[in-house]
Design a protein around this ligand. Structure first.
Ligand SMILES: Cc1ncc(COP(=O)(O)O)c(C=O)c1O
Length: 360
């Protein structure tokens, strides 16, 4: 367990490894000098396989939403957008899009389910851009991006993908999906501290930047020169930490890392089912259960969450309409099966006290 005595299953920020935390205190390089240029170059190279594509990578200093707004403000302006909305982060993509787009059609379902494929298809027939969250953190559903991408590309619809809670743990396949742009996060599956937004743009045609700080073309032009730079002062310690986190990912190997996340998530799901705990998410044809976030129902969810926290085990509650109704346990970046066992055995005790009416 890295980063303190608590065991965290919070879906980000995760506890970075000690090496990543140490990188935060490295001496500050000059951000217009060669040392930073080398660091940024290594980060861009290291990020490409995580995005599963060879496009332009840029890193914005800001939380993941900065990257999402950079992508949406640049690619949906005055266009007709379809947005898959089956959780909080799909809703957020629709909200941001509605600031810039001509029209936003929400292709929605109850949170914890996925919209019908037919409904998506008919919305795509009338849209120019599709925005979708790869891994919906609020419900624990990974969308079937191969299928969704094919439906979009059959209709010539541009695809923009939020990969904030998948990149680094689940296979992101930017090339295969023929995505125009993807925006990720560093504080979840990459295992770095929060505050940087990695973005990949594969196809610049149609880009029409609508903001100043979040104009991706400025980031691209600064990053493409011999001296790789960002247009504005970068959050330097976070870049150093991100470089270390990316080195750790490649030292493990991407395939091994994806397999480890499948295994740990499966271990958690089976353990919950053994306890008689009901999984919350019921993905339909457009999704599957996520390997980074597992949502489940327990009686008196908020009391269970607090009791786990009292024992030093942090899980997240539900968001928006799911507040108080579910718990969410993330298995991201560094979570081990031993930590999952500790969560399960504490849950077993807490739930048996609740069902037998014994106060904890
Ligand atoms: C799928 C997804 N998109 C976007 C965000 C927003 O990220 P941030 O808070 O870093 O801006 C999150 C954060 O949990 C997320 O899980």
């Amino acid at each position: 367990m890295a980063g303190g005595s608590k065991i965290s299953f919070i879906p980000g920020p995760v506890n970075p490894s000690p090496e990543v935390m140490r990188a935060l205190s490295e001496p500050m390089p000059y951000h217009r000098g060669e040392e930073f240029s080398r660091m940024y170059g290594e980060i861009m190279e290291g990020m490409r396989p995580l995005f599963g594509a060879m496009g332009d990578v840029v890193i914005i200093s800001g939380s993941s939403t900065a990257g999402l707004e950079a992508v949406l403000s640049g690619f949906v302006r005055s266009r007709r957008v379809a947005a898959i909305v089956d959780g909080k982060f799909g809703e957020r993509l629709a909200e941001i899009s509605s600031i810039y787009a001509r029209e936003v059609r929400r292709v929605s379902s109850a949170w914890g389910e996925t919209p019908a494929q037919e409904e998506l298809e008919s919305s795509l027939d009338d849209s120019e851009v599709l925005v979708v969250v790869h891994n919906e953190t609020s419900t624990g559903i990974e969308h079937d991006m191969d299928l969704i991408a094919d439906l979009a590309s059959d209709r010539g619809v541009d695809l923009l993908v939020d990969v904030v809670s998948s990149i680094g743990c689940i296979d992101v396949r930017g090339e295969r999906w023929d995505a125009v742009a993807l925006a990720g996060g560093v504080q979840k599956c990459i295992g770095a501290p929060p505050g940087l937004a990695p973005v990949m743009v594969r196809e610049w045609e149609g880009y029409d930047g609508a903001t100043y700080y979040l104009d991706l073309a400025r980031y691209r032009d600064s990053a493409r020169g011999d001296l790789k730079q960002t247009p504005f002062t970068p959050a330097l310690p976070l870049f150093a930490a991100l470089r270390t986190a990316i080195r750790e990912i490649h030292a493990e190997g991407l395939e091994a890392r994806f397999a480890r996340h499948r295994r740990v998530a499966q271990f958690l799901r089976e353990g919950l089912e053994d306890l008689g705990v009901e999984l919350f998410a019921r993905p339909g044809e457009l999704g599957r259960l996520s390997d980074t976030v597992t949502s489940f129902r327990v009686p008196d969810a908020e009391a269970v969450r607090k009791e786990l926290a009292r024992r030093g085990i942090l899980v997240a509650g539900g968001q928006g309409p799911l507040r108080g109704r579910i718990l969410r346990a993330a298995t991201m970046a560094n979570t081990t099966e031993e930590e999952v066992e500790i969560l399960l055995s504490s849950l077993r005790e807490i739930l048996s006290r609740i069902t037998s009416g014994v106060p904890s």
